[in-house]
Design a protein around this ligand. Structure first.
Ligand SMILES: [Zn+2]
Length: 54
């Protein structure tokens, strides 16, 4: 299962991240951590919200 998620950062930036990312995903605008890898699905950071599953 390899879905992309549209995530909104606390700064308002929206970006697409890979749901099974193997590395930490950071916001392209403010560099806040959006998601961290857990071995399967990523774990979203507190400030990040999923807008939709792509
Ligand atoms: Zn941000």
């Amino acid at each position: 299962m390899s879905k992309f998620l549209r995530v909104k950062c606390a700064c308002g930036n929206e970006q697409n991240i890979f749901g099974n990312a193997a590395t930490v995903v950071k916001c392209l605008v403010c560099s806040a951590t959006l998601a961290t890898p857990t071995g399967s699905r990523v774990k979203l950071a507190d400030g990040a919200k999923v807008i939709k599953v792509l």
